[in-house]
Write a protein that binds this ligand. Structure first.
Ligand code: EPU
Length: 421
């Protein structure tokens, strides 16, 4: 088991390269089940969720090779249509194999994911979409068993905009007979990227990037290559680290368009930002950061995956701020831990009411999930003295060696082996 030991108080300075997006790669990878051939995905981050998806695909018969951020997936010999509990319990995104397996092989047996670290996170929308496309769905011993001879195009109107359900429905619809229209589709960059990859395999999709996707099913798809998008959440997390430590940092391999609102909120906090297509620079030296409220919402709104990090930021600025999460109403596991470092935060329904304190003080805190852990690392960077962040396996699921990136920017952060749990 590893932990981070952080000595706070250093203003970050320098340039760092952002890794490829975890959540985009996790959608691209299972889509290769729709073809028979060798697919190449570049700019893939070396994080544990990617290794979990590789193992799952491998179990289904996909031969995978991962070197220098290049993932080669050969889907020629699929031997199984079962996603076992062993993998799904580790990572909910395993459910992404449902749509492609069902569409291509007429059957998918996928373990139900169960709850996640902060709440229930249902998959009802994924299942309803498969049913509308003509699948019969049963639940047996904790497994979803979905069957269909040939899926038929349908109108899918999602009550809630869901990244996962849109991705799954899209992967099923591209091989369904006839037309499928998805309304209230997720328009997150990860879904746009998936749709573009499917098009390069031969799929027929209109409305990419919008909330209405129109798909004309095709009989078969061919293998393809794709360059994965940069990780907007990793970039945003590092930008907040720069702002919190009143540093001056520059990030390469980013897509600043994916971060429009985050950039604006950082500017509202007083930081100076400049950017072009693939670079973002932030200068927060000699700035007294200001309190800025945020409300998370679907893209292009403020991402829920940056709510915890923003809360951490606001905990040390002068004044009060309100952080509201409209995507996950109960994603606040980081707050008791931030409080251990001296933050003053109250939870009221789906909002965190933050009263900024002059300084945080180092302590031992515990990671509970990926983004909560990131918020604790950020707090450790500004806390007086030493902060130890335990259970950083949560961070390793989604940030590629974050400590190395922070070290490159001058932070005093070390990964240390520990017996503590
Ligand atoms: N929802 C339902 N029913 C469903 C599916 C979703 O009610 O069948 C609800 C969820 O409970 C939530 C809302 O819809 O309230 C949106 O959830 P969504 O389906 O969009 O989330 P997801 O696809 O399960 C992805 C990311 C998450 C990110 C969310 C929201 C991946 C692998 N995961 O999850 O990323 O928080 O979208 O943007 O893409 C993370 O990286 O830390 C992470 C949790």
């Amino acid at each position: 088991m590893d932990k981070f030991v952080i000595e706070g108080g250093i203003a970050l300075k320098g340039t760092v390269e952002v890794s490829g997006a975890k959540n985009s790669a996790l959608a691209l990878m299972p889509s290769v089940l729709l073809n028979n051939g060798i697919n190449k995905i570049t700019n893939v981050p070396e994080v544990n969720d990617i290794f979990t998806m590789m193992k799952l695909l491998n179990q289904l018969g996909v031969a995978a090779k991962f070197e220098n951020q290049i993932l080669t997936l050969d889907s020629t010999n699929i031997t199984s249509q079962t996603a076992p509990y062993e993998h799904v319990k580790k990572m909910r995104a395993s459910v992404y194999v449902l749509g492609p397996l069902l569409a291509k092989y007429g059957i998918a047996k996928v373990s139900m994911p169960g709850g996640c670290a902060w709440g229930p996170r249902p998959i009802n929308l994924h299942l309803e979409a498969m049913k509308k496309l003509g699948a019969e769905i049963e639940l047996e011993e904790g497994y979803i068993i979905a069957k269909s001879k040939k899926l038929n195009g349908a109108r899918l109107n999602f009550d809630i905009s869901s990244v996962g359900a849109t991705g799954n429905a899209l992967m099923a619809a591209v091989l369904a007979k006839g037309e499928t229209i998805i309304t209230n589709a997720a328009a997150e960059p990860e879904i746009t990227q998936l749709a573009q990859f499917l098009v390069s395999m031969g799929a027929n999709i209109e409305g990419i990037g919008s909330n209405i996707l129109e798909i004309q099913g095709v009989d078969e798809l061919k293998s393809a290559d794709v360059e994965n998008i940069p990780d907007r959440i990793e970039a945003g997390t590092l930008l907040i680290a720069g702002a919190m430590t009143r540093g001056k940092i520059e990030m390469t391999n980013v897509n600043s368009k994916h971060l429009n609102l985050v950039i604006q909120k950082l500017e509202d906090s007083g930081a100076n930002l400049s950017y072009n297509n693939s670079l973002i620079a932030l200068d927060a030296t000699n700035i007294e950061p200001k309190n800025v409220d945020i409300t998370t919402s679907v893209y292009p709104g403020f991402p829920t995956d940056m709510q915890a990090q923003w809360t951490s930021f606001m905990s040390i600025v002068n004044g009060s701020s309100k952080i509201t999460d409209t995507i996950y109403l109960d994603r606040f596991k980081h707050i008791p831990e931030l409080t251990r470092l001296g933050a003053n935060i109250e939870i009221l329904r789906n909002s965190a009411l933050v009263k900024g304190v002059k300084k945080l003080k180092g302590a031992t805190v515990m990671s509970t999930d990926l983004r909560a852990s990131a918020s604790l690392v950020l707090a450790g960077l500004v806390a007086e003295g030493t902060t130890e962040v335990l259970r950083i396996y949560h961070l390793d699921r989604g940030y590629q060696r974050i400590e190395e990136k922070l070290q490159k920017l001058g932070a005093r952060i070390e990964r240390v082996k520990t017996q503590e749990f």
